[in-house]
Structure formats: structure tokens, C-alpha cells
Design a protein around this ligand. Structure first.
Ligand code: PMP
Length: 424
């Protein structure tokens, strides 16, 4: 295994050696080309080792025991929280709340801040780009409180219509919730500008950062937002853990999301008094080892350097666009590569998105097909399904070539079939 400290610059081949799964072969000596990173990423040896070491040497429940093992486990869990704080430049440690993932973080804000602050006739502003995790919790909130959801439209090439956003903002707008990066089109949203304008209108700003935090440096203070949620499994960490960051004064004033053990200061037969933040929002036994594993993933990403990761993915995306445009009848959705992250969703005329993914799988190329939990966006695009290739730090231009070669084979297979059918 190559140790990270030996790497002088962004050296993909050296990084790949840290990821044992990349050496697996899906079928008969065919190498794995893993391009499903927007769904979930793989883990480096350093993260796997940290998980194993924690179970072997440090594991017990946190915050409760007075025995040394519980102290050791609590120290590691809280150290992971400090790593997250530094990673997103959160002003205060207690603003970092561990959740099970982005979905839970967004539900926490919708339930807790939403129920306490949104009334009948208030408006919630979303965009046409959103993942269901940043739609359904707000629809549920709107149902509970009689609020109205308004949608910021996108252009045909998948960019946010910022003038329409301005026109939709008004004194009834209570919440603006946007994805920093679309999980289908890769579109980057101008979060800073959105936050400034939303705050001028008196709204709270929530960011679904599931596809941005893993890929580029994040500074919540610079973004100027109020809440930001992301998932460990999309950034080399374990599944089952995520983070919602919120401004302390907002979190302090919010009622707890879930009730149970740990989140209280005191319980009597008559009621309960919640603990301080972040404990107030971490009911029950938290995802202890996943959070510690996320801390190890953050160490890894910081050593590699997120600015380098971002540049590498930009180069791959640019190259993928160039190469894929060689295939006749292939349509890439979303903006130009320089305006988006490392996500390329596409269709091929006459071939169903799922068939493409299945044929690619035969060649060891792992991509995703379907609506990618963004049905309103697909409706806007006029496509029932797309196929999506998504990159991370360990992908190479040779893997883009493998994708394009496999797509070429899939396409000729289907046009062959069509010709046979027509002549038969
Ligand atoms: N938002 C976006 C933009 C996503 O890509 C995803 C994961 N596909 C989620 C939210 C949900 O994340 P999780 O399933 O980890 O809660």
C-alpha cells in the first residue's frame, strides 16, 4: 500500500492502490470501472483500517459509561466531530450534528425548524433540480402546516434561472432549500448569491450538500447559509452516518427532532427537558463507528487535497463530454462541463437507459440508470430515465475510454437488432 505522505501531487494510480475494491473483477478477468460515485463511493484502506481498529480496540457505547472503553470510544466519536467542524469551517463544534445521512438531516430541519416556524400560506422555495430527499420532507411540512411550495425553474441546459428565483422570493418565503450540486445534471448552484438574496427576503437557507461536500472545499461561513446536510458514504466514509450543520442560535431555539435516550437533561413523569446542542438532536445510540470512519475519510480527503480532487474531476468530466459526443445519438443532459461537477447523465436514441447500464455492466462498467430519485427533474427534462456516470478521485481517463468503448458496443448491438427487426 502506498502511504499518502509519499504522494507528491495528485497521483491517481497511487491513490487507486489505497482502494482494495478497485482491484476486484466483476466477471471473468474484466476489471471493475466504478462510475457510480454519485450513488455511493468506495472506501480506502485507511478508513477500513480505522473501522476495524475501533471495533478491535475502542468500541463501547458513547457518552454513558464511566469505564475506560466508553471513554475511549467517546473520545474518538467527539474527535470525528472536530474533524467535521474543521472540514466545513463551522464556527462552533456544537453546530455539528451527526445523523444517518443527508436525508435524515433534511428531515430534521423540516420537522424541527419547519414545524416551529412555518404557518399556513407561508412559502418554501425549491428548485426543479432537487433530489427527493430535498423535496418530500418539505412537501410533508407543507401538508402539516398548510404552506405552499414554489419551484425555481431551470433552463433547457439545466442551469438555475436566477431571475426567476428573484421573482419568486417574497415576504412569505420562509425557507429556501437547494442542492449545491445536482445529483443528475451536476449543475452547480450559486449558493452564496442565493443565500444573500434569501436572507434579504427574511428566509432561512438550507443546502443539500450531498454532492458538493465530498468533491470541493466547503466553508459554511463563506456560503452564508443556515443549514447544510451531507452523507458519509458519498465521501469515502461508511454508510449510516451523515451530518447536518446548523447555525447555533437556530439549533438552540429548535425543538428536538426525535425523542429518546441521550437527548435529554432530565425526564420526569410530567415531561422532559432537552439537553444542549448537539446532544439534543442525537437521540439514541448514535452511529458511533460510522462517525469515526467518517473522521478517517476526512483525514484522507484532506491529505489528498480537495482542490486537487475538484480539478481532477473537472478534467475527467471535460474529457468524458468530448469522448461521449463522438457517439451518434447520445445526448448529455445539463450544462457545459466547466459549469458542472463530475456527473454525466445521458440517453442514447433508441436504447433504454436500463439496457445501456446492463450492457455496460457486462464490460465491468458500473453506472446507474433510472430517475436517480429526481422524478420532477426528469419530467422537466422530458426523459423517463437517464443513464448516469459519476466520477471521484480514483477514476482515470482510461476508465472514461472504457465507458465510451462499451457505449459504442452497446449502441451498435442495438442498431444491429433494429436493422434485423426492420428487415425481418
Ligand atoms: N441529496 C442528493 C443531491 C443526493 O445525491 C442524495 C443521494 N443520492 C441524497 C440527497 C440522499 O442522501 P442519503 O441517501 O445518503 O441520505
Amino acid at each position: 500500500m502506498v502511504s499518502l505522505s509519499e504522494k507528491t501531487s495528485f497521483d491517481v494510480e497511487a491513490l487507486r492502490k489505497d482502494f482494495p475494491i478497485l482491484a476486484t473483477q466483476p466477471h471473468d478477468g474484466v476489471p471493475l470501472v466504478y462510475l457510480d460515485n454519485a450513488a455511493s463511493t468506495q472506501r480506502p484502506r485507511q478508513v477500513i483500517d480505522k473501522i476495524v481498529e475501533t471495533y478491535e480496540k475502542h468500541y463501547a457505547n458513547v457518552h454513558r459509561g464511566i469505564h475506560w472503553l466508553s471513554e475511549s470510544s467517546t473520545d474518538l466519536y467527539e474527535e470525528a466531530r472536530r474533524k467535521v467542524q474543521a472540514f466545513i469551517a463551522a464556527p462552533r463544534l456544537e453546530e455539528v450534528v451527526f445523523t444517518r445521512g443527508t436525508t435524515e438531516g433534511l428531515n430534521l430541519v423540516a420537522r424541527s425548524w419547519g414545524d416551529a416556524n412555518v404557518s399556513a400560506g407561508d412559502e418554501i422555495l425549491l428548485t426543479e433540480l432537487e433530489h427527493h430527499s430535498n423535496i418530500v420532507p418539505w412537501q410533508q411540512l407543507a401538508e402539516r402546516r398548510g404552506a405552499v411550495i414554489r419551484w425555481v425553474p431551470i433552463s433547457d441546459d439545466g442551469r438555475l434561472e436566477i431571475d426567476a428565483f428573484d421573482a419568486l422570493l417574497n415576504e412569505r418565503t420562509k425557507i429556501v432549500s437547494v442542492a449545491a450540486v445536482s445529483n443528475v445534471l451536476g449543475t452547480r448552484c450559486p449558493v452564496e448569491a442565493i443565500a444573500r438574496r434569501a436572507h434579504d427576503a427574511g428566509a432561512v437557507v438550507v443546502v443539500d450538500a450531498a454532492q458538493s461536500v465530498p468533491h470541493e472545499p466547503t466553508d459554511v461561513q463563506k456560503l452564508g447559509v443556515d443549514f447544510l446536510a451531507f452523507s458519509g458514504h458519498k465521501m469515502l466514509g461508511p454508510s449510516g452516518v451523515g451530518v447536518v450543520w446548523g447555525r447555533a442560535e437556530l439549533l438552540d431555539a429548535m425543538p428536538p427532532f426525535m425523542g429518546g435516550g441521550s437527548m435529554i437533561r432530565r425526564v420526569t413523569k410530567d415531561g422532559f427537558e432537552p439537553a444542549d446542542i448537539p446532544t439534543k438532536f442525537e437521540a439514541g445510540t448514535p452511529p458511533i463507528v460510522p462517525a469515526i470512519g467518517l473522521g478517517a475519510a476526512i483525514d484522507y480527503l484532506q491529505q489528498v487535497g480537495l482542490a486537487g480532487v475538484h480539478e481532477h474531476e473537472q478534467r475527467l468530466t471535460q474529457y468524458a463530454h468530448e469522448r461521449m459526443s463522438e457517439i451518434e445519438g447520445l445526448h448529455i443532459y445539463g450544462p457545459a462541463p466547466q459549469l458542472k461537477a463530475g456527473i454525466v447523465s445521458f440517453t442514447i436514441d433508441g436504447v433504454h437507459a436500463h439496457d445501456i447500464a446492463q450492457l455496460l455492466d457486462r464490460d465491468g462498467v458500473a453506472v446507474r440508470a433510472g430517475h436517480h430519485c429526481a422524478m420532477p427533474l426528469h419530467e422537466r427534462l422530458g426523459a423517463t430515465a437517464t443513464t448516469r456516470a459519476s466520477f471521484y478521485l480514483y477514476n482515470t481517463s482510461a476508465e472514461v475510454d472504457a465507458l465510451v468503448d462499451s457505449l459504442g458496443r452497446a449502441k451498435s448491438m442495438f442498431s444491429g437488432r433494429h436493422r434485423r427487426r426492420r428487415s425481418g
